[in-house]
Design a protein around this ligand. Sequence first.
Ligand SMILES: CCCCCCCCCC(=O)SCCNC(=O)CCNC(=O)[C@H](O)C(C)(C)COP(=O)(O)OP(=O)(O)OC[C@H]1O[C@@H](n2cnc3c(N)ncnc32)[C@H](O)[C@@H]1OP(=O)(O)O
Length: 219
Amino acid sequence: MSDPVDVDDDLAQRRRAARELGAALRELTDAAVSTEVDAATLTDLAEQVRALVPPLTAASRVRGEPATVDGGQRARRMYNPASGPGNPIAPPMKVEIVDGTAIGRCTLGLAYEGPPSYGHGGISALLLDQILGHAHSTRGKHGMTVKLALRYRRPVPLQTPLRIVGRVERVDGRWTESVATISTEDDPDTVLVEARGVFAVPSAEQAKRLFGELERLVR
Ligand SMILES: CCCCCCCCCC(=O)SCCNC(=O)CCNC(=O)[C@H](O)C(C)(C)COP(=O)(O)OP(=O)(O)OC[C@H]1O[C@@H](n2cnc3c(N)ncnc32)[C@H](O)[C@@H]1OP(=O)(O)O
C-alpha cells in the first residue's frame, strides 16, 4: 500500500502541473484570439497544436468520472469553467470567503470579448452564477442554480481587474436566495452587472437521479 504522504505529494505535484498547463493554454488562447499573423502561419500552428492532443488523451477520464487532481473534493475543482486554474476557458476567477461574503477577482482578456473592448454578457453570467454558488455554500452544503436573474447596467471592460461579490440574503431550508455584483477593482461602488439567484441543495432523490455514485460531491 502507498504511504499517504507519498500520495499527498503526488497529488500536490499533479495539481501544480495541471495549473501550469492551464496557464500555458490560457496564454496560447489569448495569443490565438489576438494574433494578426498570416494564414500560412495559422495553418502550420493548427497542425502543431493538434499534435499535442494524443499525449494528453493517453490517460483521460469520461463523463461521470471525477478528475483525480481534485482528490475527491468538490470545493477544489481544478477544471471548473469559471474558477478552475487548470481549465483554459476559465479566466480563472480567484474566490475567497470574507465574513460570509464570497469575493471573486479576475481580469478578462480578449477571449471573452462581446461588444468591442467589453466582456460578453454570457461570461458575466458565468462569473455571477459561480460566485452565487460560493455564497450559497457558506451556509452549508453545495447547491445548484434554480433561478438566475441578471441586470446588465454598464458594459464590463476587458483587461481590467474585476471584483465579483456575492452574499446570501435569505435561507429557507435547503434553498438560499442571494445577490451578486460585478464592478471594477478601481471603482467597486459602481455596479456594472447585478444578479439575484436562488440555489438549492438537491433533494436526496434528485441527487441520486442526477449523479448516482457522484452524489457525495454535490450534496
Ligand atoms: C464551493 C463550490 C461552489 C461551486 C459553485 C458552483 C456554481 C455553479 C452552479 C451551477 O451552475 S448548477 C447548474 C445549473 N443548474 C442546474 O442544472 C439545476 C437544474 N435543476 C435541477 O436539477 C433541480 O431543479 C434542482 C436540483 C435544482 C432542484 O430539484 P429538487 O428535486 O431538489 O427540488 P424540488 O423540485 O423539490 O424544488 C424545486 C422547486 O421548488 C421551488 N421552491 C420550493 N421551496 C422553495 C424555497 N424555499 N425557496 C425557493 N424556491 C423554492 C423551486 O423554485 C422549484 O420550483 P418550480 O420547479 O416549481 O419552479
